[in-house]
Design a protein around this ligand. Structure first.
Ligand code: SF4
Length: 377
Protein backbone atom coordinates (compact mmCIF):
# COMPACT_ATOMS: atom_id res chain seq x y z
CA UNK A 1 0.00 0.00 0.00
CA UNK A 2 1.21 3.49 -0.84
CA UNK A 3 0.47 5.99 1.94
CA UNK A 4 0.21 9.63 0.85
CA UNK A 5 0.25 12.33 3.55
CA UNK A 6 1.07 15.98 4.34
CA UNK A 7 4.07 16.66 6.58
CA UNK A 8 1.86 17.68 9.52
CA UNK A 9 0.40 14.15 9.57
CA UNK A 10 3.68 12.74 10.86
CA UNK A 11 4.30 15.69 13.15
CA UNK A 12 0.98 15.28 14.95
CA UNK A 13 0.99 14.05 18.56
CA UNK A 14 -2.05 14.26 20.83
CA UNK A 15 -1.27 16.61 23.73
CA UNK A 16 -3.68 14.64 25.99
CA UNK A 17 -3.99 16.26 29.42
CA UNK A 18 -2.69 19.61 28.12
CA UNK A 19 -5.51 19.91 25.62
CA UNK A 20 -7.94 22.72 26.46
CA UNK A 21 -10.72 21.34 24.27
CA UNK A 22 -10.29 17.60 24.68
CA UNK A 23 -12.16 15.75 21.91
CA UNK A 24 -13.35 13.22 24.54
CA UNK A 25 -15.45 16.01 26.08
CA UNK A 26 -17.04 17.16 22.84
CA UNK A 27 -20.23 15.14 23.11
CA UNK A 28 -19.89 13.51 19.68
CA UNK A 29 -21.11 9.91 19.25
CA UNK A 30 -18.30 7.58 20.28
CA UNK A 31 -18.31 4.52 18.03
CA UNK A 32 -16.94 1.28 19.49
CA UNK A 33 -15.43 -1.25 17.10
CA UNK A 34 -16.34 -4.94 17.51
CA UNK A 35 -12.77 -6.02 18.23
CA UNK A 36 -12.52 -3.64 21.21
CA UNK A 37 -15.98 -4.58 22.45
CA UNK A 38 -15.12 -8.29 22.31
CA UNK A 39 -11.85 -7.73 24.18
CA UNK A 40 -13.64 -6.08 27.12
CA UNK A 41 -16.54 -8.55 26.98
CA UNK A 42 -14.06 -11.27 27.92
CA UNK A 43 -12.84 -9.44 31.08
CA UNK A 44 -14.35 -9.41 34.55
CA UNK A 45 -12.75 -6.40 36.26
CA UNK A 46 -15.09 -3.50 37.20
CA UNK A 47 -13.75 -1.04 34.59
CA UNK A 48 -14.18 -3.54 31.75
CA UNK A 49 -17.67 -4.47 32.94
CA UNK A 50 -18.60 -0.78 33.17
CA UNK A 51 -17.33 -0.29 29.62
CA UNK A 52 -19.32 -3.23 28.24
CA UNK A 53 -22.45 -2.04 30.09
CA UNK A 54 -22.09 1.42 28.56
CA UNK A 55 -22.20 0.16 24.96
CA UNK A 56 -25.42 0.10 22.93
CA UNK A 57 -26.20 -0.87 19.34
CA UNK A 58 -27.89 1.30 16.73
CA UNK A 59 -28.35 0.41 13.04
CA UNK A 60 -25.68 -2.26 13.23
CA UNK A 61 -23.07 -0.03 14.91
CA UNK A 62 -21.93 0.02 18.54
CA UNK A 63 -21.74 3.28 20.48
CA UNK A 64 -20.82 4.31 23.98
CA UNK A 65 -23.49 5.88 26.21
CA UNK A 66 -22.39 9.22 27.56
CA UNK A 67 -23.78 12.53 28.66
CA UNK A 68 -21.76 15.12 26.85
CA UNK A 69 -18.33 13.53 27.28
CA UNK A 70 -16.53 10.21 27.55
CA UNK A 71 -17.24 8.65 30.99
CA UNK A 72 -13.81 6.97 31.02
CA UNK A 73 -11.76 10.15 30.93
CA UNK A 74 -10.06 10.84 34.28
CA UNK A 75 -9.66 14.18 36.03
CA UNK A 76 -6.40 14.84 34.17
CA UNK A 77 -8.06 14.49 30.75
CA UNK A 78 -6.53 11.03 30.19
CA UNK A 79 -8.28 7.87 29.05
CA UNK A 80 -8.84 5.45 31.95
CA UNK A 81 -9.06 2.45 29.61
CA UNK A 82 -5.83 3.32 27.82
CA UNK A 83 -4.00 3.83 31.13
CA UNK A 84 -5.00 0.35 32.30
CA UNK A 85 -5.00 -1.69 29.08
CA UNK A 86 -2.80 0.27 26.67
CA UNK A 87 -3.38 2.07 23.37
CA UNK A 88 -4.02 -1.23 21.57
CA UNK A 89 -7.25 -1.68 23.52
CA UNK A 90 -9.12 1.54 22.94
CA UNK A 91 -11.62 2.00 20.14
CA UNK A 92 -10.16 2.69 16.72
CA UNK A 93 -11.86 6.07 16.52
CA UNK A 94 -10.30 7.10 19.87
CA UNK A 95 -6.86 5.90 18.74
CA UNK A 96 -7.03 7.55 15.32
CA UNK A 97 -8.85 10.86 15.93
CA UNK A 98 -8.17 13.47 14.50
CA UNK A 99 -6.48 11.51 11.69
CA UNK A 100 -8.53 10.87 8.55
CA UNK A 101 -8.02 8.40 5.70
CA UNK A 102 -9.26 7.73 2.19
CA UNK A 103 -8.66 4.46 0.34
CA UNK A 104 -8.33 3.73 -3.38
CA UNK A 105 -7.17 0.13 -3.90
CA UNK A 106 -3.49 -0.01 -3.02
CA UNK A 107 -3.31 3.74 -2.39
CA UNK A 108 -4.29 5.41 0.88
CA UNK A 109 -4.38 9.07 1.81
CA UNK A 110 -4.03 10.42 5.31
CA UNK A 111 -4.20 13.73 7.13
CA UNK A 112 -5.17 15.35 10.41
CA UNK A 113 -8.50 17.12 10.91
CA UNK A 114 -8.68 20.66 12.24
CA UNK A 115 -11.35 20.09 14.90
CA UNK A 116 -8.38 19.16 17.12
CA UNK A 117 -6.55 22.14 18.63
CA UNK A 118 -3.11 20.58 18.18
CA UNK A 119 -3.76 19.79 14.50
CA UNK A 120 -5.03 23.35 13.97
CA UNK A 121 -1.92 24.70 15.71
CA UNK A 122 0.36 22.65 13.42
CA UNK A 123 -1.41 23.80 10.27
CA UNK A 124 -1.54 27.44 11.34
CA UNK A 125 2.10 27.43 12.39
CA UNK A 126 3.37 25.95 9.13
CA UNK A 127 5.06 28.96 7.52
CA UNK A 128 6.55 27.11 4.56
CA UNK A 129 4.19 25.52 2.03
CA UNK A 130 2.84 22.17 3.21
CA UNK A 131 4.72 19.29 1.63
CA UNK A 132 3.15 15.95 0.67
CA UNK A 133 5.07 12.67 0.71
CA UNK A 134 4.51 8.97 0.11
CA UNK A 135 5.80 5.80 1.67
CA UNK A 136 5.06 2.08 1.46
CA UNK A 137 3.17 0.20 4.17
CA UNK A 138 2.20 -3.46 4.48
CA UNK A 139 -1.53 -2.75 4.75
CA UNK A 140 -3.84 -4.83 2.56
CA UNK A 141 -5.38 -3.43 -0.62
CA UNK A 142 -8.86 -1.95 -0.25
CA UNK A 143 -11.58 -3.73 -2.24
CA UNK A 144 -14.01 -0.86 -2.95
CA UNK A 145 -14.22 -0.28 -6.71
CA UNK A 146 -13.30 3.01 -8.38
CA UNK A 147 -12.32 4.32 -11.83
CA UNK A 148 -8.51 4.24 -11.70
CA UNK A 149 -8.05 6.56 -14.71
CA UNK A 150 -10.40 9.17 -13.27
CA UNK A 151 -8.64 8.78 -9.93
CA UNK A 152 -5.28 9.63 -11.57
CA UNK A 153 -6.91 12.60 -13.33
CA UNK A 154 -8.49 14.03 -10.17
CA UNK A 155 -5.28 13.48 -8.22
CA UNK A 156 -3.30 15.29 -10.92
CA UNK A 157 -5.66 18.28 -11.07
CA UNK A 158 -5.70 18.46 -7.27
CA UNK A 159 -1.89 18.68 -7.28
CA UNK A 160 -2.14 21.55 -9.75
CA UNK A 161 -4.70 23.39 -7.62
CA UNK A 162 -2.54 22.94 -4.53
CA UNK A 163 0.39 24.26 -6.56
CA UNK A 164 -1.69 27.36 -7.41
CA UNK A 165 -2.73 27.80 -3.78
CA UNK A 166 0.94 27.70 -2.79
CA UNK A 167 2.06 30.16 -5.49
CA UNK A 168 3.11 33.06 -3.29
CA UNK A 169 3.66 35.31 -6.28
CA UNK A 170 -0.09 36.03 -5.96
CA UNK A 171 -2.11 37.10 -2.93
CA UNK A 172 -4.12 34.39 -1.18
CA UNK A 173 -7.33 35.99 -2.44
CA UNK A 174 -6.08 35.90 -6.03
CA UNK A 175 -5.17 32.24 -5.63
CA UNK A 176 -8.64 31.46 -4.29
CA UNK A 177 -10.04 33.34 -7.29
CA UNK A 178 -8.10 31.05 -9.65
CA UNK A 179 -9.66 28.02 -7.98
CA UNK A 180 -13.13 29.50 -8.53
CA UNK A 181 -12.32 30.32 -12.18
CA UNK A 182 -11.15 26.83 -13.01
CA UNK A 183 -13.96 25.00 -11.18
CA UNK A 184 -16.46 24.83 -14.08
CA UNK A 185 -13.92 23.43 -16.57
CA UNK A 186 -12.64 20.85 -14.14
CA UNK A 187 -16.18 19.87 -13.19
CA UNK A 188 -17.12 19.31 -16.85
CA UNK A 189 -14.02 17.22 -17.55
CA UNK A 190 -14.64 15.02 -14.49
CA UNK A 191 -18.30 14.68 -15.34
CA UNK A 192 -17.31 13.55 -18.88
CA UNK A 193 -14.62 11.29 -17.37
CA UNK A 194 -12.32 13.09 -19.82
CA UNK A 195 -8.85 12.57 -18.34
CA UNK A 196 -7.21 14.02 -21.46
CA UNK A 197 -9.08 17.28 -20.88
CA UNK A 198 -8.05 17.26 -17.22
CA UNK A 199 -4.44 17.00 -18.38
CA UNK A 200 -4.94 19.96 -20.73
CA UNK A 201 -6.48 22.07 -17.96
CA UNK A 202 -3.69 21.10 -15.60
CA UNK A 203 -1.12 22.05 -18.26
CA UNK A 204 -2.70 25.49 -18.77
CA UNK A 205 -2.95 26.14 -15.04
CA UNK A 206 0.77 25.44 -14.73
CA UNK A 207 1.68 28.39 -16.97
CA UNK A 208 2.50 31.64 -15.14
CA UNK A 209 1.19 33.74 -18.02
CA UNK A 210 -2.13 31.91 -17.90
CA UNK A 211 -2.43 32.56 -14.18
CA UNK A 212 -1.77 36.28 -14.72
CA UNK A 213 -4.28 36.33 -17.55
CA UNK A 214 -6.91 34.78 -15.29
CA UNK A 215 -6.30 37.51 -12.73
CA UNK A 216 -6.47 40.27 -15.33
CA UNK A 217 -9.71 38.87 -16.62
CA UNK A 218 -11.11 39.07 -13.12
CA UNK A 219 -10.47 42.82 -13.13
CA UNK A 220 -12.33 43.22 -16.43
CA UNK A 221 -15.50 41.58 -15.17
CA UNK A 222 -18.16 43.06 -13.02
CA UNK A 223 -19.04 40.97 -10.02
CA UNK A 224 -21.48 41.72 -7.27
CA UNK A 225 -20.26 44.13 -4.65
CA UNK A 226 -18.37 42.62 -1.76
CA UNK A 227 -20.90 43.68 0.86
CA UNK A 228 -23.55 41.60 -0.92
CA UNK A 229 -21.13 38.69 -0.72
CA UNK A 230 -20.63 39.29 3.01
CA UNK A 231 -24.39 39.54 3.50
CA UNK A 232 -24.88 36.22 1.69
CA UNK A 233 -22.15 34.58 3.71
CA UNK A 234 -23.76 35.79 6.95
CA UNK A 235 -27.14 34.50 5.72
CA UNK A 236 -25.74 31.05 4.93
CA UNK A 237 -23.87 30.83 8.23
CA UNK A 238 -27.06 31.95 10.01
CA UNK A 239 -28.87 28.83 8.78
CA UNK A 240 -26.50 26.55 10.63
CA UNK A 241 -26.77 24.97 14.05
CA UNK A 242 -23.91 25.41 16.48
CA UNK A 243 -22.73 23.35 19.46
CA UNK A 244 -21.77 26.58 21.16
CA UNK A 245 -24.46 29.10 20.26
CA UNK A 246 -21.98 31.95 20.69
CA UNK A 247 -19.94 30.83 17.71
CA UNK A 248 -22.85 31.44 15.32
CA UNK A 249 -23.05 35.00 16.63
CA UNK A 250 -19.63 35.70 15.12
CA UNK A 251 -21.26 35.44 11.68
CA UNK A 252 -24.28 37.63 12.32
CA UNK A 253 -23.50 40.89 10.56
CA UNK A 254 -25.50 44.10 10.71
CA UNK A 255 -25.20 46.70 7.94
CA UNK A 256 -22.88 48.70 10.23
CA UNK A 257 -20.69 45.63 10.76
CA UNK A 258 -20.41 45.11 7.00
CA UNK A 259 -19.53 48.76 6.42
CA UNK A 260 -16.93 48.71 9.19
CA UNK A 261 -15.41 45.50 7.80
CA UNK A 262 -15.30 46.82 4.23
CA UNK A 263 -13.73 50.06 5.41
CA UNK A 264 -10.78 48.42 7.20
CA UNK A 265 -10.17 45.50 4.82
CA UNK A 266 -7.20 47.10 3.05
CA UNK A 267 -5.45 47.74 6.37
CA UNK A 268 -6.23 44.20 7.50
CA UNK A 269 -4.68 42.72 4.35
CA UNK A 270 -1.50 44.75 4.84
CA UNK A 271 -1.14 43.84 8.51
CA UNK A 272 -2.12 40.21 8.08
CA UNK A 273 -0.08 39.73 4.88
CA UNK A 274 2.90 38.14 6.67
CA UNK A 275 0.65 35.47 8.19
CA UNK A 276 -1.48 34.82 5.12
CA UNK A 277 0.21 31.41 4.76
CA UNK A 278 -2.38 30.39 7.37
CA UNK A 279 -5.24 30.87 4.90
CA UNK A 280 -3.14 29.22 2.17
CA UNK A 281 -2.72 26.15 4.39
CA UNK A 282 -6.40 26.14 5.23
CA UNK A 283 -7.44 26.17 1.56
CA UNK A 284 -4.87 23.45 0.80
CA UNK A 285 -6.29 21.37 3.65
CA UNK A 286 -9.87 21.59 2.35
CA UNK A 287 -8.90 20.79 -1.23
CA UNK A 288 -6.54 17.98 -0.26
CA UNK A 289 -9.06 16.37 2.05
CA UNK A 290 -12.27 16.68 0.04
CA UNK A 291 -11.59 16.98 -3.70
CA UNK A 292 -10.39 13.39 -4.09
CA UNK A 293 -13.86 12.16 -3.06
CA UNK A 294 -15.08 13.42 -6.46
CA UNK A 295 -13.59 10.24 -7.97
CA UNK A 296 -16.61 8.47 -6.51
CA UNK A 297 -19.39 11.05 -6.90
CA UNK A 298 -18.10 13.53 -9.56
CA UNK A 299 -18.95 16.51 -7.31
CA UNK A 300 -15.99 18.78 -8.09
CA UNK A 301 -17.49 22.24 -8.15
CA UNK A 302 -19.27 21.79 -4.81
CA UNK A 303 -16.00 20.84 -3.16
CA UNK A 304 -13.92 23.59 -4.76
CA UNK A 305 -16.49 26.25 -3.90
CA UNK A 306 -16.86 24.82 -0.39
CA UNK A 307 -13.08 25.02 0.12
CA UNK A 308 -13.00 28.66 -1.03
CA UNK A 309 -16.12 29.57 0.97
CA UNK A 310 -14.78 28.02 4.20
CA UNK A 311 -11.41 29.74 3.79
CA UNK A 312 -13.15 33.08 3.22
CA UNK A 313 -15.42 32.47 6.21
CA UNK A 314 -12.39 31.98 8.47
CA UNK A 315 -10.84 35.12 6.97
CA UNK A 316 -14.07 36.95 7.82
CA UNK A 317 -13.75 35.83 11.45
CA UNK A 318 -10.25 37.35 11.59
CA UNK A 319 -11.37 40.46 9.72
CA UNK A 320 -14.37 41.02 11.95
CA UNK A 321 -12.25 40.95 15.10
CA UNK A 322 -9.76 43.28 13.43
CA UNK A 323 -12.59 45.69 12.61
CA UNK A 324 -13.94 45.52 16.16
CA UNK A 325 -10.66 45.79 18.06
CA UNK A 326 -8.48 47.75 15.64
CA UNK A 327 -5.85 44.98 15.94
CA UNK A 328 -5.37 41.51 14.50
CA UNK A 329 -6.53 38.64 16.68
CA UNK A 330 -3.32 37.05 17.99
CA UNK A 331 -2.03 33.70 16.79
CA UNK A 332 -3.60 31.75 19.64
CA UNK A 333 -6.98 33.30 18.95
CA UNK A 334 -6.66 32.61 15.20
CA UNK A 335 -5.85 28.94 15.91
CA UNK A 336 -8.86 28.79 18.23
CA UNK A 337 -11.15 30.26 15.55
CA UNK A 338 -9.92 27.74 12.96
CA UNK A 339 -10.43 24.83 15.36
CA UNK A 340 -13.90 26.06 16.31
CA UNK A 341 -14.83 26.57 12.66
CA UNK A 342 -13.80 23.02 11.88
CA UNK A 343 -15.66 21.62 14.89
CA UNK A 344 -18.81 23.62 14.32
CA UNK A 345 -19.01 23.46 10.52
CA UNK A 346 -16.64 20.99 8.89
CA UNK A 347 -17.33 18.19 11.38
CA UNK A 348 -21.09 18.75 11.36
CA UNK A 349 -22.59 16.91 8.38
CA UNK A 350 -25.83 18.95 8.55
CA UNK A 351 -23.93 22.25 8.41
CA UNK A 352 -21.78 21.04 5.52
CA UNK A 353 -24.96 19.97 3.72
CA UNK A 354 -26.22 23.55 4.02
CA UNK A 355 -23.09 24.80 2.21
CA UNK A 356 -23.28 22.09 -0.46
CA UNK A 357 -27.03 22.69 -0.88
CA UNK A 358 -26.46 26.42 -1.42
CA UNK A 359 -23.85 25.65 -4.08
CA UNK A 360 -26.10 23.14 -5.84
CA UNK A 361 -29.06 25.58 -5.81
CA UNK A 362 -26.89 28.43 -7.13
CA UNK A 363 -27.33 30.53 -3.95
CA UNK A 364 -23.59 30.28 -3.43
CA UNK A 365 -22.06 30.76 -6.85
CA UNK A 366 -18.96 32.13 -8.56
CA UNK A 367 -20.35 35.70 -8.50
CA UNK A 368 -20.80 35.61 -4.73
CA UNK A 369 -17.35 34.11 -4.23
CA UNK A 370 -15.73 36.56 -6.66
CA UNK A 371 -17.57 39.41 -4.93
CA UNK A 372 -15.98 38.33 -1.66
CA UNK A 373 -12.57 37.90 -3.28
CA UNK A 374 -12.28 40.80 -5.70
CA UNK A 375 -14.83 43.29 -4.48
CA UNK A 376 -16.49 45.33 -7.17
CA UNK A 377 -14.17 44.20 -9.96
S1 SF4 B 1 -8.51 17.37 20.56
FE1 SF4 B 1 -6.55 16.63 19.69
S2 SF4 B 1 -4.95 17.18 21.17
FE2 SF4 B 1 -6.94 17.36 22.19
S3 SF4 B 1 -7.24 15.37 23.22
FE3 SF4 B 1 -8.25 15.23 21.19
S4 SF4 B 1 -6.70 14.41 19.79
FE4 SF4 B 1 -5.62 15.11 21.66
Amino acid sequence: MTLHYPDIFLQFRCICGDCRDNCCRTGWDIEVDRRTFEFYSGLRDPLAVRFVDSVYEEEGCLYMKHEGGCPFMNGKGLCGLQLLYGEGHISEICREHPRFYEWFGDYKEAGVGLSCEEAARLLMGHERPIVFSERQTDEETDSLEFDSKLFEGVKMIRERLIDILQDRGFTVLQRLGMVVFSAEDIQQAVFDEDVKRLKQISGMLAIDGFRIEMMNEAGDHYYIHEDQGLGRMAEIMGKMEYLDGGFGELFSLTREDIERIAECEGRFDREYGGSSYELENLAVYFIYRYLIKAVRDYAVKERLFMAVFCTLAVRLLFLREYAENGALPDKERRCFLVKEFSKEIEYDADNMDIIYGEIQDGGLNSDILCGLIFGEG
